[in-house]
Design a protein around this ligand. Sequence first.
Ligand SMILES: *[C@@H]1O[C@H](CO)[C@@H](O)[C@H](O)[C@H]1NC(C)=O
Length: 492
Amino acid sequence: ERDEFHYGTFPEGFKWSVSTSAYQIEGGWNVDGKGESIWDTFSHTPGKRANNETGDIACDSYHKVKEDVNLVKMLGVQQYRFSISWSRIFPDGTTSYVNQAGVDYYNSLIDSLLKIGVEPVVTLYHWDLPQALEDDSFGGWVGAEIIDLFVEYADICFKEFGPKVKRWITFNEPWVFTVLGYGNGAHSPNIKDSGRLDYQAGKNVLLAHAKAYRLYQTQYKAVQNGEVGITCNSDWSEPRNQYRQVDYDATNRVMQFFLGWFMHPIWVNGDYPDVMKVIAAQGEATSRLPELTTQEKSLIFGTSDFFGLNHYTTNLAYETFSPDRINEVSYYEDREANTEQDFTWPAAASVWLKDVPWGIRRLLSWIKKEYNDPPILITENGFSEEGNSHELNDWWRTKFFHGYINEVLKAIQLDNVNVIGYTAWSLMDNFEWAEGYSERFGLHWVDFNDPERPRIRKQSVNCFVEIMERSFPADGLQNCQVNSNIENTTPT
Ligand SMILES: *[C@@H]1O[C@H](CO)[C@@H](O)[C@H](O)[C@H]1NC(C)=O
């Protein structure tokens, strides 16, 4: 059934959503008392990002609540996923001072969403750590104090916004901000200690997540009755050579080091996947993957009310092993595997992103088996074109959504996977981290040269809206037709 189209209807109560994150859209980096974050610092350091671009203004969403909420309203989604900027609420990261203007901004956004009947889905941490917590004695996510500081920040958010927010996501993509932030240094805070500090940061993230979850259960759940979860990103992996057992084993390692690192402790037994523990301890007096105590394991296990998943693409995995690996410690070497992509898969502007719709179905089935059939909330999925594109007829995104969302329906109806919602990334073009504005992921095109930052609907919106309204009826969808002659050209 891999390449067969499936006609059918999404279950009653299935949640449709779009997403953004604070640093990527808000701008207003130094206004109304906001403190600096590690992404302000990184983007103000020349040479770190494409064209030295910054999120200083981005989509100027800090000043455009009305416009953004109107875009959300026009889509007809049930949810809007956004993140809170920690340093807008606590300028120096600690409870020593609460910035009321920041609290007011998020209250205004949440109230405007509720007024149009859209549920806010709020991420507490989407990578923009207050710079003060990365400095000096704190040490960011590898420091000892970060766990309690995060819980104090979460506490204020639950208290201030919890009466109105029923779905919380503690962390967005811990894999990215640990491996890229503290491993290879491609992201802020630009620290390079792969295979050590990324693992250390990962442990602190798991503990911070678990403590925030437990705090909500004991202090807020009875009154606010919301859900708290975590979102991890994962590509799907296939063995490159389907006739080699070693490539199947490599594929399993890639998945365990990617998704298992965080989700195995939370959903399986409180601890890391065995394969990670074994490899990270080889030849070491103490494992590079810091052990979790019995107490920590029981703190972590069972701390997510839903399985938040960001998924974009698929890779082919194969075995690698370098005998001198012990001298070249890194997260990537630890996998004893490498990945590549099939050059016939349609390419996005982002080098890592190919349109492989069947991969999402296989990933969803794998999650169902591996993690005991959790309720899965897809919290991101999307496709990019080049930053200099002015094309509003984004047929590549139409094709991507049509294909991937159909595979999600196949996972639900043919494989019995419990998928409870689907979220498109992103509401509008925005600051794509180290890539600056060179990649556009939006359903709406944003003119970054115009001080007004106008948002203009791309054509793929029509397809997305029709799928949300009609699912996949047997007579087809009018707004999702893509001319097959142009299917294999690259987005312009
Ligand atoms: C970015 O900044 C660095 C350092 O100042 C400079 O060498 C480089 O040319 C800049 N790049 C662009 C595209 O402006």
